[in-house]
Design a protein. Structure first.
Length: 95
């Protein structure tokens, strides 16, 4: 009885796995990019947009430098406050 049951399970497993094979892959050739010459107007627009982007990035860099200077000053103040707090702790423990 068990051997019949196991053989039926194996037969069903073989049937299901035989039908589950993957189909042949479809190969699609890559598209080659079209080569077009840039018109002078397109080149001018590209140059203008590049210059505008460069100016914007320089402005951002300047703003970031200012923020970094402010943060450095704040860190120095915090270090001074921490040193003062440590001195106060030392003096309070002695007294």
């Amino acid at each position: 009885m068990r051997s019949l049951f196991l053989s039926l399970i194996l037969a069903a497993l073989l049937v299901f796995t035989a039908g589950a094979q993957t189909p042949m892959p479809i190969i699609v050739p890559a598209m080659t990019p079209a080569t077009t010459a840039q018109s002078p107007v397109t080149a001018a627009v590209t140059t203008t947009s590049t210059q505008t982007t460069l100016k914007a990035l320089q402005a951002l860099r300047t703003a970031n430098d200012e923020i970094l200077k402010q943060q450095a000053a704040t860190l120095e103040k915090l270090d001074e406050i921490e040193k003062a707090a440590n001195e106060i702790r030392i003096y309070t423990k002695r007294g």
